[in-house]
Write a protein that binds this ligand. Structure first.
Ligand SMILES: NC(=O)C1=CN([C@@H]2O[C@H](COP(=O)(O)OP(=O)(O)OC[C@H]3O[C@@H](n4cnc5c(N)ncnc54)[C@H](O)[C@@H]3O)[C@@H](O)[C@H]2O)C=CC1
Length: 292
């Protein structure tokens, strides 16, 4: 299977390259493919002869998007539509990665795929526009909404915590946002499994559509930080004490949903794909960072 993935350096593309096995991962990103100018990329993508396109690259700076909403909209809102159109022309499926930030976080239990969307900021609005563009571009799509992604690669919360813990005794972390910390390595396994299902069952309509895809279990950011410190400390790595604070005491340019929990039951039921509980994947990632 030949899997064309957008972006060359992101957490998910790097994890896909690592977990590929006998799958051929074909990353494409800047400078050949700039998602700010994705119209007309059809020839480039077709020449790579993919069996499936994974739309993983995105403008991911949630706070910066508040001051650059047009760029976020072009990259996250419009480019996925161009990719979906190319996939339709090639007669292949597209898997598009989206986010919990399409929701406002007001629900008291995990979100399901049919829940109403209401993004709180420019990033979420741009990602929701991207979902709609993919849906308009081809019926042969899967949208995978994930959340709280961490990995040994790129920038993420876990790496920030380890960096802060290595030069201070205490780190303040919010306790009133809930989600499921999700390893990009588990996401890569899931994306490959979904990709195989789509390629092997081209006429199975039930496999297409929107699915939630996060690790099992849930945590607040403060819970996640405490677990990171415990695991790191046990391995001889940095270990700061975590002080739980409220979101109001940690203002950011973009508002975040208080509830980022997504129910992944539909993905398990329809695709037979279930990510491990978050604590089970944490040790591997911490170990790779503190014992390189
Ligand atoms: N990081 C997280 O916690 C979450 C991420 N997501 C989604 O998952 C996907 C992957 O996220 P990560 O791997 O964490 O992102 P990342 O920030 O690690 O990587 C983003 C990638 O997109 C590329 N990119 C950005 N602008 C581009 C442009 N104009 N043209 C071409 N490439 C460009 C970057 O070079 C990089 O390779 C994204 O669609 C993101 O919206 C969803 C939920 C949570």
């Amino acid at each position: 299977m030949r899997v064309l993935v957008t972006g060359k350096t992101g957490q998910i593309v790097t994890a896909l390259l690592e977990r590929a096995g006998d799958t051929n991962i074909l990353p494409v990103g800047r400078p050949e493919l700039d998602l700010a100018r994705a119209e007309g990329a059809g020839g480039l993508l077709a020449a790579m002869e993919p069996d499936v396109i994974v739309s993983a690259a995105a403008y991911t700076s949630v706070d910066k998007a508040e001051t650059e909403p047009e760029l976020a909209q072009t990259v996250n809102g419009e480019a996925p539509g161009h990719l979906a159109t190319v996939a339709a022309e090639l007669g292949i499926p597209i898997i598009h990665i989206s986010t919990d930030y399409v929701f406002d976080g007001q629900k008291s239990v995990p979100y399901v795929e049919t829940d109403a969307t209401r993004p709180l900021g420019a990033y979420g609005r741009s990602k929701l526009a991207g979902e709609r563009a993919v849906i308009a571009g081809t019926a042969n799509h899967v949208i995978l909404r994930t959340a709280w992604v961490y990995s040994p690669f790129g920038g993420n919360f876990l790496k920030t915590m380890l960096r802060l813990a290595s030069d201070r005794p205490e780190v303040r972390v919010v306790r009133d946002q809930l989600g499921s910390p999700t390893s990009a390595l588990d996401i890569a396994d899931a994306v490959l499994a979904v990709g195989r299902n789509l390629v092997n069952m081209p006429d199975e309509a039930a496999l297409r559509g929107t699915f939630h895809m996060t690790a099992g279990g849930e945590a607040s950011w403060a819970d996640f930080a405490c677990a990171i410190m415990t695991v790191s400390g046990d391995m001889g790595g940095p270990n700061a004490s975590i002080t739980a604070i409220d979101t109001v005491d940690y203002p950011t340019p973009a508002r975040r949903p208080a509830n980022s929990r997504l129910s992944s039951a539909k993905l398990a039921e329809v695709h037979g794909v279930e990510l491990p509980v978050w604590q089970d994947s944490l040790c591997e990632v911490v170990s790779r960072l503190v014992r390189p």
